[in-house]
Design a protein around this ligand. Structure first.
Ligand code: ATP
Ligand code: MG
Ligand code: MG
Ligand code: MG
Length: 470
């Protein structure tokens, strides 16, 4: 059985042998790209190479890219803890051709890797292609020997990949594995495709266009290839488990959570352990790439993820800051592949310790309010927007933390009333202070309701003089 670190090397070595230059992961904070909050795919660092704006000394490349999908076009924050296959932070293994090879070689290389090098059984595999992409369908017939039943044509955005609202894009072909009838779910394109039985693990994108603005796209100078395979998903497949959280790497992280809490997971609370392990990775890597918690923009997304993890730690019985004590395990597991994690270890620990110390001052009381105010509610009902706003404004509960806390009971939040309370507060703040106007660019990137104008968190000041309530 191969561990995650070994699988990463196998992938990169395979493409290096096929002539690709191994390129290190770029930062989670995209350089010079105001359209994107976080790096969400392997192609992001090559965006200008695809469009021909930038030249590199190579025409083919391979990488294992750090990705965060917790905002913007690809946002998986709400999936984490509820699916076996989504993380906020994950590694995307990829191979790239900048006007060198195209569809045929991309499919040949992918098929060789998964069936020969990694040993997956062809009869468990199936693929999707974009509805009118006869060329890709023909190549899968030829290279993999698939009949039409294994080549599913899909005409939706699932098979037309876009980084964001603008940028390089094109039709794609995705590789799925059938994990067997013991799991729920139907094949891609079927009404119950969201089950766990058929797992998407590799996306081959045939980069042909550049999206300039909605409704307007240009052909790229030369057709190119961009692929992305989730390392955690292929690891689960190769290790014979059905959840990414049961792979060697996540088992080590979940064990660390159990260790600091002196309590292991059971069926009723395992989702919390998973969320904590997931969020530990995203927050640590974001801090290592220079993001710090704040009340707006990227820093607020970081804060939201941190606090979600901290609420789950509280649920599991933590009564003092503990998240920072998980950092050494993460560094041990991933520091060799990502030296920035080793360099930033002290900063990560200190940032987590400080944030958890602060948040703990209001967390317990906030949860008590949430409990009281939602007690009478039943499935399908909403928590009042005023309460959600008080939790946000006075107790430091990001809106999505409140939503996440109620989700398991099927209770929502009256977000309309929450927005109104937020607007009222912003107007009051504006009347008292004429801003610098610098927030303008932020509004392009971020969902206004959740991030823009996130008010100065009053809880700290109000509570600062009191003893930590533990
Ligand atoms: P899904 O349909 O499962 O949400 P996706 O179609 O959004 O995945 P792509 O944008 O095609 O994913 O990304 C390429 C690959 O990256 C996926 O095939 C998958 O292996 C991996 N991947 C995507 N999102 C995540 C995630 N949130 N966590 C872990 N791996 C992911
Ligand atoms: Mg997705
Ligand atoms: Mg998909
Ligand atoms: Mg996909």
């Amino acid at each position: 059985m191969s561990g995650v670190n070994e699988i990463r090397s196998t992938f990169l070595d395979y493409f290096a042998k096929a002539g690709h230059t191994v390129v290190p992961s770029s930062s989670l904070v995209p350089k010079n790209d105001p359209t994107l909050m976080f790096t969400n795919a392997g192609m992001v660092q090559f965006k200008n190479v695809f469009t021909g704006v930038e030249k590199r000394p190579y025409v083919t490349a391979t990488s294992s890219q750090k990705c965060v999908r917790a905002g913007g076009k690809h946002n998986d924050l709400d999936n984490v803890g509820y699916t076996a296959r989504h993380h906020t932070f994950f590694e995307m293994l990829g191979n790239f051709s900048f006007g060198d090879y195209f569809k045929e070689q991309a499919i040949t290389l992918a098929w060789g890797l998964i069936t020969k090098e990694l040993g997956l059984k062809p009869d468990r595999l199936l693929v999707t292609v974009y509805a009118d992409d006869d060329e890709a369908a023909g190549l899968w017939r030829k290279i993999a020997g698939f009949g039409d039943d294994k080549i599913i044509r899909i005409g939706t955005s699932d098979n037309f990949w876009q980084m964001g609202d603008t940028g390089p894009c094109g039709p794609c072909s995705e590789i799925f594995i059938d994990q067997g009838p013991a799991l729920q779910g139907g094949p891609p394109g079927s009404p119950d495709e969201d089950g766990d039985r058929f797992l998407e693990f590799w996306n081959l994108v045939f980069m042909q266009y550049e999206q300039l603005r909605p409704g307007e796209r240009n052909p790229l100078p030369r057709p190119s290839i961009d692929t992305g395979m989730g390392l955690e998903r292929i690891a689960a497949i190769l290790q014979g488990v059905h959840s990414n959280y049961d792979t060697d790497l996540f088992r080590a992280l979940i064990d660390a959570v159990a260790h600091v809490l002196s309590r292991g997971p059971d069926a009723s609370n395992v989702a919390s352990y998973r969320v904590i392990a997931d969020h530990l990775r995203s927050v640590s890597f974001l801090i290592a790439d220079g993001v710090l918690p704040s009340n707006e923009g990227r820093g607020y997304v970081l804060r939201r993820i941190m606090r979600r993890a901290m609420r789950h730690l509280e649920l599991l019985g933590a009564r003092e800051p503990v998240m920072f004590r998980l950092v050494p395990t993460l560094v041990r597991e991933m520091g060799q592949a990502f030296p920035e994690l080793v360099r930033a270890e002290a900063l990560i620990s200190e940032t987590l310790r400080l944030e958890e110390t602060r948040f703990r001052k209001t967390l317990e009381r906030g949860l008590a309010i949430l409990d009281t105010e939602s007690r009478g509610l039943t499935k399908g009902q909403n928590l009042s927007g005023e309460t959600a706003f008080t939790l946000y404004d006075t107790y430091g509960f990001p809106l999505d933390l409140t939503q996440d806390a109620l989700k398991a009971r099927g209770i929502g939040v009256d977000t309309g009333a929450f927005d109104m309370a937020m607007t009222r507060q912003k107007q009051a703040a504006r009347a008292a202070w004429k801003g610098s106007g610098e927030a303008a660019t932020e509004t392009v990137w971020f969902d206004i309701r959740e991030r823009n104008g996130a008010s100065e968190f009053l809880g700290y000041e109000a509570e600062e003089t009191e003893a930590v309530a533990t």
